[in-house]
Each structure stands twice: as structure tokens, then as C-alpha cells.
Design a protein around this ligand. Structure first.
Ligand code: GDP
Length: 138
């Protein structure tokens, strides 16, 4: 169990003006922000980040969406960070997300679902180091 996870506030949430409220939800849930940056992904970067989904039918739509506007990427710290953050953001499909979760509050659809959260300690380390070189070793 690691105390770090990686997140991105996705283009829909940034474009809809939800960045501040989502960061506040994250802080109110007890996460500490270790690093944060605002950027727009290139196509090559988005394809690389989501490479595990390359064979999925929605891969091109996912990449198109993720490069459609700026995002906020961050490394977060809390005990049991990965699981705790997945609970905070809710199910991938906002229609199935629990009340009070970030996706329930701010996401419109399964593709434009407001926020990313790493699904394992290993992926948190890989994803964090994709954006923040000083965190190559968690
Ligand atoms: P997550 O770990 O909850 O983000 O979900 P996954 O790892 O399964 O999928 C990664 C991302 O791909 C999701 O957050 C969605 O943005 C997107 N995605 C997943 N399923 C679909 C789908 O059926 N259609 C589209 N367009 N996007 C999807």
C-alpha cells in the first residue's frame, strides 16, 4: 500500500469551470497536493499515457477528448491513496457513480468523466513519473 496517487482533472471539467471546486473536494477529503501542473497534452502524449487502451474501440475518442483542452495533473498524498481516491471520484460511468463523488457531481458521460485516478500503486508511480520527473521513484 502506497500513500501516493496520480490524478488529472480532465478537459471537460476544466472547460466547465470545475477545477477549483474539484481541488477543494480533494483537499477536503484529506489529500495533500505534492505536485500540480496545468497543461494541454499532445496527441502523442495522450496516446502514450492511455497506451494500455490502444486496442479498445473507444481509444481514438478517448485521445481526441483528452487533447481537446487543458488539463490539471497532480500527485496526491494520503494514507491508502489509490483506493481512497478511487472512492472519492466514483465509478467510471457517472450514471453509476455514488452520490457525492466527483464524477457524480461534475461528469456528464463515460467519456467526458471529469477526472482520472490511478487504479493501482504501480500505475500511480508510472503515471506520476509520466508528468513529474522528480517523482520517478515513489
Ligand atoms: P477509469 O480507471 O475509471 O478512468 O476507467 P478505465 O481505465 O476503464 O478507462 C479509462 C478512461 O477511458 C475512462 O476514464 C473514460 O474516460 C474512457 N472510457 C472508458 N470506457 C469508455 C467507453 O466505453 N467509451 C468512451 N468514449 N470512453 C471510455
Amino acid at each position: 500500500m502506497s500513500n501516493k496517487t496520480f490524478t488529472m482533472i480532465k478537459p471537460d471539467a476544466v472547460a466547465n469551470g470545475h477545477t477549483g471546486k474539484i481541488i477543494d473536494d480533494i483537499l477536503q477529503a484529506g489529500f495533500k497536493i505534492e505536485a500540480m501542473k496545468y497543461l494541454q497534452l499532445s496527441r502523442a502524449q495522450a496516446e502514450s499515457f492511455y497506451g494500455i487502451h490502444r486496442e479498445r474501440p473507444f481509444f481514438k475518442d478517448l485521445v481526441d477528448f483528452m487533447i481537446s483542452g487543458p488539463i490539471v495533473a497532480a500527485i496526491l498524498e494520503k494514507d491508502n491513496a489509490v483506493e481512497s481516491f478511487r472512492t472519492l471520484i466514483g465509478a467510471t460511468n457517472p450514471e453509476q457513480a455514488a452520490e457525492g463523488t466527483i464524477r457524480k457531481k461534475y461528469a456528464k458521460s463515460i467519456d467526458a468523466n471529469a477526472i482520472h485516478g490511478s487504479d493501482s500503486d504501480a500505475n500511480a508511480a508510472i503515471e506520476g513519473s509520466f508528468f513529474f520527473s522528480q517523482f520517478e521513484r515513489f
